[in-house]
Design a protein. Structure first.
Ligand SMILES: NC(=O)c1ccc[n+]([C@@H]2O[C@H](COP(=O)([O-])OP(=O)(O)OC[C@H]3O[C@@H](n4cnc5c(N)ncnc54)[C@H](OP(=O)(O)O)[C@@H]3O)[C@@H](O)[C@H]2O)c1
Length: 258
């Protein structure tokens, strides 16, 4: 007698509508049968899930969401995974793909916004990192919008994160100087020592915002803003006249009710 192996799909869902900063008890894992792909669909086993700040806004019904999520709803998110069963003409079993699979182990896709990725070209995780949305965001910011040039000084907040770290590194590649802002001495050490920024200011340090002025005696040519709020105001005080601000994100507001 053979025993049928049960394969379940673990999904993370909300226990209640989110109010303010998310807490562990706002989420729970549920187990459901793995869905069957229909004709023209494929089943994907997720390997990586990207947790990005915009997802907090999406849960609140912003960032293109049709409504706020509530109890039992699963947040969406971009994933890299492998096709384990295919009834889709353009995708074969074994293909690696990037798509919006959500906070779960398996998903079914009909091919919409689903792209094959090649693990021989780059590690799979990079397709939701430097070769994915954060990397392309940073590229668009520095190259397309700010048109950063050699000799300029770029200030970037959340400098240790996926977008900020790439913004600084692209600026440096273009011959500019990168100055970061981050939330701990350890993050700042990595930003300078590993990523090559010229300086990094810990905004939780007592000397902030004076330390920002110390690091930028001649001011910044460009500010890439990931945070908004008070940090934007402080950054503007060290931005040169007519210097561009790339308003990329407003992390300091994502837990706000509206
Ligand atoms: N990920 C993407 O592909 C993408 C695309 C487009 C736009 N964006 C936007 O770009 C920004 C950065 O994205 P990311 O994915 O690189 O984010 P991230 O760095 O992973 O964002 C989390 C970090 O933001 C900082 N932070 C959180 N709350 C803050 C607050 N109140 N004040 C100051 N800093 C705060 C914290 O770092 P510290 O400890 O250093 O404070 C935290 O570790 C976000 O606003 C996001 O919405 C991201």
């Amino acid at each position: 007698m053979t025993t049928k192996i049960q394969r379940n799909n673990n999904r993370v869902v909300l226990t209640a509508p989110l109010d303010g900063k998310p807490q562990p008890e706002d989420f729970k894992t549920i187990s459901e049968p793995i869905p069957e792909p229909a004709d023209g669909e494929m089943l994907i086993r997720h390997i990586y899930l990207s947790l990005d700040p915009y997802q907090r806004s999406m849960i609140a019904g912003r960032h293109g969401a049709a409504r706020p999520l509530s109890e039992g709803d699963m947040p969406n998110g971009e994933t890299v995974g492998q096709v384990v069963q295919s009834r889709h003409p353009s995708f074969a079993e074994g293909d690696y793909v990037r798509h919006f699979g959500g906070w779960q182990k398996y998903s079914v896709s009909d091919g919409t916004q689903t792209f094959t990725v090649d693990p021989e070209q780059a590690p799979l995780s990079t397709y939701v990192g430097v070769l994915g949305m954060p990397g392309l965001t940073a590229y668009a910011s520095m190259i397309e919008l700010a048109e950063v040039e050699a000799g300029q000084t770029v200030l970037v907040s959340a400098a240790h994160g996926p977008v900020g770290s790439m913004v600084g590194q692209i600026a440096i590649q273009q011959g500019a100087t990168a100055i970061g802002i981050a939330g701990s001495d350890e993050k700042c050490r990595l930003v300078v020592e590993d990523l090559g920024f010229s300086a990094c200011i810990n905004y939780k340090n007592k000397r902030y915002p004076g330390s920002l002025e110390d690091a930028l005696p001649n001011g910044a040519d460009i500010y890439h803003d990931n945070v908004g709020g008070d940090m934007l105001a402080e950054a503007l005080s060290v931005l040169k006249n007519y210097g561009p601000v790339i308003l990329c994100g407003l992390i300091s507001h994502y837990n706000d009710p509206s």
